[in-house]
Design a protein. Structure first.
Length: 105
């Protein structure tokens, strides 16, 4: 009886985590990734894609407001990425528990 309730709660938590991860994936599409750097008054965003370093030109002589906006965007991307990793770890643990409790029913 308790095992069935625990299993049901774990399944509900698993579904919630999958929904959170999908929501984060959708939000990550709208933020830039990488880090901002400056070279001779030209601004670039550097990031990795398929194992290669990509430098994307942003502009010349950006205002401090523009730089702050870009840095905020990059920080939001990093924060969401970390949250996604935490959710994936938790999902892995829950799936392990589901297998453990589901096997004994």
């Amino acid at each position: 009886m308790y095992k069935k309730r625990i299993l049901r709660e774990l399944m509900d938590k698993r579904i919630d985590l999958i929904n959170y991860i999908n929501e984060i994936d959708q939000r990550l599409l709208y933020y830039r990734k990488g880090s901002l750097f400056r070279k001779n008054n030209y601004f670039y965003i550097k990031y990795y894609e398929e194992g290669k370093v990509i430098s994307k030109y942003i502009g010349k002589d950006l205002t401090t407001e523009q730089i702050d906006n870009i840095n905020r965007e990059l920080k939001n991307h990093k924060t969401l990425q970390k949250k996604k990793i935490d959710y994936l770890r938790e999902l892995k643990e829950i799936e392990k528990l589901i297998r453990k409790y589901g096997r004994n029913l």
